[in-house]
Design a protein around this ligand. Structure first.
Ligand code: GLY
Length: 400
């Protein structure tokens, strides 16, 4: 039988330091401050882009201006998804209007077959919208999108193809980020009754356990499979420091991906994998005191290198969910680290003042350092997973 894990199951409020001797701000006050600021910034962003047809926020460019994208960029679903989360927290007509407006801008992505990012694009936007509103039109769009993503699955290898570029180097590249798209497939399986979607998700997750992880449980970024033998012929990086380094966001995607897959399938192997990844992160000597990872755990120039607030937000969100799957010390440790990360992200070091940061919520993320792109900037997915983590923590502490 499919097990469901419900946030809040283990009364972890006991684990959280709501106050300590030196008058630390209560975690509920931290969460409320983060949610209020996120709402203010998201509404400012929505108003700025409302009249710019098809535009969705992406980052700040080198000139300091807001950079936007259309539906086809992999991040198109994050701002609409963030608006849905904020609406869920505070159901105003204004938030709903903007969540719907920006979600609609992502719709053409449903037909894309040249990207593996449809989970991010469609599930974060329409998926959250459908979860909250049950709008049947959203469901149809999602099913079309899931079928588009399914065209990238190779049954011989048993994985979904990530990228179509660099064909002379990679026969069939799969990046660890691709774990994040599997939730779209498990949803599609339930929504359509077609078990094919879930089978593809299980196969992709199993192959990734087999081939993406090193002995220390850190993850490679890119594994390219030989299309004839179905075994990897290259293990490399694209956005990390080196092929053998631990790119911070890659570890975050891995942790979130396996935690989510355990929630979705109750397969113990996924829980075990998530535990191993979490231990790699939480015990890493290069995880700084404020628990916001440097962009790559293995950069020899640490501490003089950029942080990645997006990795911290993704890790915090995943750890909160993982904490609810373990009733022992490990679960407590997950929640403690997530709380530390949320406190740091909600401090002036990372949280933008109202009206600044081109209306993004968080500062100091790193998108693609080796490509000299998006270094120490806000990113729409940092904001999305930050808001998700705030809401998950709020549920866990039961609104205290
Ligand atoms: N999926 C792309 C990234 O994490 O940058």
């Amino acid at each position: 039988m499919r097990k469901q894990f419900i946030l809040g199951l283990f009364i972890p409020a006991l684990l959280l330091s709501s106050c300590n001797a030196d008058q630390q701000e209560s975690i509920s006050a931290v969460l409320e401050r983060g949610l209020t600021r996120s709402t203010e910034q998201a509404l400012l962003m929505a108003k700025e882009l409302e009249g710019q047809e098809g535009k969705l926020p992406k980052t700040i460019n080198k000139e300091g201006n807001l950079e936007t994208s259309t539906y086809s960029w992999w991040c198109s679903g994050f701002f609409p998804g963030e608006l849905w989360y904020l609406y869920e927290n505070n159901p105003t007509e204004e938030l709903k209007k903007y969540a719907e407006l920006f979600t609609d801008r992502v719709e053409p992505a449903k037909n894309l077959t040249n990207t593996h990012d449809l989970g991010f694009m469609i599930n974060c936007s329409f998926g959250n919208g459908y979860r909250i509103t049950k709008n049947p039109a959203y469901k149809d769009i999602m099913i079309t999108g899931a079928n588009s993503l399914a065209t990238r699955y190779n049954p011989t290898i048993g994985v979904i193809r990530s990228w179509d570029f660099n064909k002379d180097v990679w026969q069939f590249p799969v990046i660890i980020d691709n774990m994040m798209n599997l939730e779209f497939f498990t949803w599609a399986s339930r929504a359509t009754g077609d078990s094919r979607f879930k089978e593809m998700a299980l196969s992709h997750a199993d192959k990734t356990i087999q081939h993406h992880f090193r002995k220390d449980n850190s993850s490679y970024h890119v594994v390219s499979y030989d299309t004839i033998t179905g075994v990897p012929h290259k293990k490399q990086t694209h956005q990390g420091l080196a092929d053998e380094s631990a790119w911070a966001r890659g570890q975050a995607w891995a942790l979130y991906g396996y935690t989510m897959m355990y929630r979705e399938t109750a397969e113990p192997i996924y829980l075990e994998q998530a535990r191993c990844i979490a231990q790699f992160i939480m015990n890493h000597p290069n995880l700084p005191e404020d628990k916001i990872p440097y962009w790559d755990f293995d950069d020899p120039k640490i501490p003089d290198v950029p942080r990645d607030a997006s990795a911290a937000a993704i890790i915090a969100s995943a750890l909160i969910e993982l904490s609810q799957m373990d009733n022992g010390q490990f679960g407590k440790d997950c929640l403690t680290l997530a709380e530390q990360q949320l406190r740091s992200l909600t401090s002036p070091d990372y949280l933008a003042e109202k009206g600044t940061n081109r209306f993004f919520v968080l500062m100091h993320s790193t998108g693609h350092l080796p490509g000299n792109s998006e270094v120490d900037v806000p990113l729409s997915y940092a904001d999305y997973y930050y808001v998700e983590a705030l809401l998950r923590m709020k549920k866990v502490i039961g609104g205290k």
